[in-house]
Design a protein around this ligand. Structure first.
Ligand code: BTN
Length: 239
C-alpha cells in the first residue's frame, strides 16, 4: 500500500458507496484512476453496511473508513490482522472471530466488509470507539481508560495493515483467531452446521470437524458456542 490519500466526509450514506463513486469517477475527482491507498473516512454514516446485508450502526464517535486496495485472496486475513493488532497496540485484548469480526471478551468491537469493484477491493472498516451501538458489542472506551482519537487509530490500522504484507499472514491470522479449537455453529446459505474448528487452512477457509467428517468452509456466518464459565459437577450435568 502506498502513502494514504485521505478523503474526509462529515456525513455520508456509506464510506463504501463514497469509495465506489471515487473509483467510478462519479464525484468529478480529477485523479483517475482513483489511487490505490485512498482512504475515505466519515464522522457519521447514514446507511452504514455490514456483512450479509446487515446494517452497521454508525453514530458520531466511531471509526468508519473504506480503503481502496488491490484485490488479493488473503486480503481479509491481512485486514483482520491489521485491525486486531492496532487494537492490541493500545492495550485492548482484541482477537478475531472467523472470518474477520474483531472481538473482545466475545463482544464485537469492530467489523470488516470487503467489496470488489473493477479489480479493486473496497475495504470497509468499522470500529466502535466511544459507544457500543448494540448490547452484544463493546467499544474502546469500555475496554480502556484512556480515549484514543479516531485519526490516531486510523493511522495505526493503516500501518498495521501495511505490516500484514510481511511474514506468513496465515500463521499470524491463526495466532489471533479465537475460533480455532472452539465448538461453533456455521451457517452457509440455508444450512447450519455444528462442529469443532480444527483449523484455518492456507486460503483462510475454516476447517470444521463434524463427527468423523471434515468440512472446508469458504464463507459463512460463524458463532462460538459458549462454554460453561462455572465449574459444574459432571454428575449434575449428566443427571
Ligand atoms: C461487519 O458486518 O462486521 C462489517 C462491518 C463493516 C462496517 C464498515 S464502517 C465503514 C464501511 N462503510 C460501511 O458502510 N461499512 C463499512
Amino acid at each position: 500500500m502506498t502513502e494514504p490519500h485521505i478523503v474526509h466526509f462529515a456525513s455520508v450514506s456509506s464510506t463504501q458507496d463514497a469509495a465506489r463513486e471515487l473509483i467510478l469517477g462519479e464525484t468529478g475527482a480529477k485523479e483517475e484512476p482513483c489511487p490505490i491507498g485512498t482512504v475515505i473516512v466519515a464522522d457519521v454514516q447514514e446507511k452504514g453496511r455490514g456483512r450479509r446485508g446487515r446494517e452497521w450502526m454508525s453514530p458520531r464517535g466511531g471509526l468508519y473508513a473504506s480503503i481502496i486496495m488491490e484485490n488479493d485472496p488473503l486480503l481479509p486475513l491481512r485486514v483482520g490482522v491489521g485491525v486486531t493488532r492496532a487494537l492490541q497496540d493500545i492495550g485492548i485484548d482484541a482477537l478475531l472471530k472467523w472470518p474477520n469480526d474483531v472481538i473482545v471478551r466475545e463482544r464485537k468491537i469492530g467489523g470488516i466488509l470487503i467489496e470488489a469493484l473493477l479489480e479493486r477491493a473496497i475495504v470497509g472498516i468499522g470500529v466502535n470507539i466511544e459507544q457500543a451501538p448494540l448490547p452484544a458489542a463493546t467499544c474502546i472506551c469500555e475496554e480502556r481508560k484512556e480515549a484514543i482519537s479516531r485519526d490516531e487509530l486510523l493511522r495505526s490500522i493503516l500501518c498495521n495493515i501495511k505490516m500484514a504484507y510481511c511474514g506468513d499472514i496465515v500463521d499470524e491470522y491463526r495466532a489471533l483467531c479465537s475460533t480455532i479449537g472452539r465448538d461453533v455453529t456455521v451457517t452457509v446459505g440455508n444450512e447450519t452446521m455444528m462442529g469443532n474448528v480444527v483449523g484455518v487452512d492456507q486460503s483462510g477457509c475454516l476447517v470444521l470437524k463434524m463427527g468423523d467428517e471434515i468440512r472446508i468452509i469458504h464463507s459463512g456466518e460463524c458463532n462460538h458456542i459458549e462454554t460453561l464459565s462455572v465449574w459444574r459437577d459432571p454428575a449434575d450435568v449428566l443427571g
